[in-house]
Write a protein that binds this ligand. Structure first.
Ligand code: ADP
Ligand code: MG
Ligand code: MG
Length: 255
């Protein structure tokens, strides 16, 4: 079973001609088949964690390690990370002009599997995955991210997740901007992927509401650039009732 290990990760960004440390020693292990939720207040560094693992150039790793089965993820190109079995939803936030969703998905699947999926079975796979997410078939012919609504972007994320079958998936704010129906459909997609037992998911969110639909195996509280508490699903219930205040006392720590 594949294992993603994050050890004492420190990350800085350049802002206003100064360097600001955002991540201050993150430790986390995610195994294939497990669902982890990372929850925390706005500005605590959750997206920075996701971008850092994705290899976003804006974020400088100053110390610590990220490995997938012992292989140094931080040394890998973005493509290599995908081929190693990592799915980073925030990797493709941009519009890809002239590339349809359908072609984009097949190209991604080819890169990850090492060979092009057979066209006939592929078309069926895409169709059935889109039906499950209650997506209009016409969506497959639209250009990637061009004019996508918030909800379409998130469904596209989950569509990729279901079709590309990564070992480890990192989903940042998958619930933001979704109405209740879309939230449920997206959550059901995450649950289907979890049910295969083959995908380890790191679900990053500010809101506890998605955890009414997705039951994580582990919940981690993220505050001031690190994980400050970990537990089971009961921790999400506690956060829903009490908020993050207990973890943010003493005001924000500046970089
Ligand atoms: P969260 O996702 O938990 O809301 P972020 O990781 O987006 O938190 O941000 C954490 C802190 O790092 C914030 O103070 C934010 O302003 C800062 N930050 C994140 N990314 C950048 C960036 N690219 N440039 C400058 N500051 C950044
Ligand atoms: Mg440290
Ligand atoms: Mg964020």
């Amino acid at each position: 079973m594949a294992t993603l290990e994050i050890r004492d990760l420190h990350v800085s960004v350049e802002a206003d001609n100064s360097t600001k440390e955002i991540l201050k020693g993150v430790d986390l292990t995610v195994k294939q088949g497990e669902t982890h939720a990372i929850m925390g207040p706005n500005g605590s560094g959750k997206s920075t964690l996701a971008y850092s693992i994705a290899g976003h150039p804006k974020y400088t790793i100053t110390s610590g390690t990220v490995t997938l089965d012992g292989e140094d993820v931080l040394e890998m190109s973005v493509d290599e990370r995908a081929r190693a079995g990592m799915f980073l939803a925030m990797q493709y936030p941009v519009e890809v002009p002239g590339v349809s969703v359908s072609n984009f998905l097949r190209t991604s699947a080819t890169a990850i599997r090492g060979e092009a999926p057979k066209l006939r079975t592929w078309v069926k796979e895409v169709k059935s995955a889109m039906e499950q997410l209650q997506m209009d078939p016409a969506f497959a012919e639209r250009n990637v991210n061009e004019g996508f609504s918030g909800g379409e972007k998130k469904r596209h994320e989950i569509l990729q997740l279901e079709l590309l079958k990564p070992k480890i998936a990192i989903l940042d704010e998958t619930d933001s901007g979704l109405d209740v129906d879309a939230l449920r459909q997206v959550s059901e997609g995450v649950n289907r992927v979890h049910a295969t037992g083959e995908v380890g998911t790191l679900l990053i969110t500010h809101y506890t509401r998605i955890l009414r639909y997705i039951k994580p195996d582990f919940v981690h509280v993220f505050a001031k650039g690190r994980i400050v508490a970990s537990g089971g699903p009961e921790l999400a219930d506690k956060l829903e009732a009490e908020g993050y205040e207990e973890y943010t006392k003493g005001g924000p720590v500046s970089g």
